[in-house]
Design a protein around this ligand. Structure first.
Ligand SMILES: NC(=O)c1ccc[n+]([C@@H]2O[C@H](COP(=O)([O-])OP(=O)(O)OC[C@H]3O[C@@H](n4cnc5c(N)ncnc54)[C@H](OP(=O)(O)O)[C@@H]3O)[C@@H](O)[C@H]2O)c1
Length: 259
């Protein structure tokens, strides 16, 4: 096969991708990358000002994007966001379930409200967005791709104070497999990326501490990842290069889990 045929497979022209949590951090990066590969990107989150910043970045590289207000804790909000996206671009065929939060507390001090808040955003939100997305594609007999953003916290215990976060991500990785199994017959692929530590707002306070700096020393590559180091895994799972993949969880962690 000629090189250009391989490059063609990675392009996302005429596709529409919805990215949850597109207002900052990894979601902002994912939105830019998918836009650069030719997709129309739908930027979903709650913070309008931050979404406008993401939109500006995409517009500067001549990308096509559209902002929708979405709270992944509300099925109505998710449905409204998909309605608006479809009105603007037609069907959404790629969903990046990226929105997520962490509450770092001893489990002895974690309130049931804290627990629910992490589980509802990180797990129920992934389920609810996937369900809305898949139902729409199934009704039209169209194919699609879901990429869930899990974490190495699904596999290893990341410190003492992240019980709700680790449990939520373990469930996201397994939900990826269960939905992949169920949706294969509809031609909807479901995979996940499990990043190790990538510096963003989610964890920057921790990495400013002595304990955080010590943690970096335990990573075989002895550094934090950069958001752009997830580009390869993202494009593999969103493009035709990954056409025979479903139910996979790709770890991108500088060797953290194997150490
Ligand atoms: N950074 C890492 O090292 C790392 C490692 C492994 C996995 N991850 C995962 O990667 C994802 C992104 O993390 P990040 O580091 O980019 O975090 P971040 O900078 O804190 O961004 C989190 C994003 O999630 C959105 N969000 C939170 N609650 C939401 C809700 N109820 N509805 C809609 N959007 C919501 C936020 O948008 P609004 O506040 O505007 O709604 C924001 O855009 C998360 O799932 C995280 O668990 C991150």
């Amino acid at each position: 096969m000629h090189d250009s045929a391989i490059l063609e497979k990675i392009k996302l022209n005429n596709k529409t991708a919805m990215i949850t949590g597109a207002s900052r951090g990894l979601g902002r990066r994912f939105s830019s990358v998918l836009s650069n590969m030719g997709a129309n990107v739908v930027l979903a989150a709650r913070n309008k000002d931050k979404l406008l910043e993401t939109q500006e970045i995409i517009k500067q590289s001549n990308g096509e994007c559209y902002i929708v207000d979405m709270d992944v804790n509300s099925e109505d909000s998710i449905n409204n966001a998909f309605n608006k996206a479809e009105k603007k671009y037609g069907e959404v065929s790629i969903l990046i379930n990226n929105a997520g939060i962490a509450i770092s507390k001893s489990s002895l001090k974690t309130s049931i409200e804290d627990w629910d808040s992490v589980m509802n955003t990180n797990l129920r939100g992934v389920f609810a967005c996937s369900k809305v997305f898949a139902n729409r594609l199934v009704a039209k007999q169209k194919a699609g791709k879901i990429v869930n953003i899990s974490s190495i916290a699904a596999e290893i215990v990341l410190g003492e104070y992240l019980s709700s976060y680790c449990a939520s991500k373990a469930a996201v990785s397994h939900l990826t497999r269960t939905l992949a199994f169920e949706y294969a017959k509809y031609n909807i692929q479901v995979n996940a990326i499990a990043p190790g530590y990538i510096l963003t707002d989610l964890n920057k306070n921790f990495f400013d501490t002595k304990e955080g700096k010590k943690m970096i020393e335990t990573i075989p590559q002895k550094r934090l990842g950069k958001p752009e180091e997830l580009d390869g895994a993202l494009l593999l799972l969103c493009s035709e290069l990954g056409s025979f993949m479903t139910g996979s969880v790709i770890r991108v962690d500088g060797g953290h889990v194997i150490a």
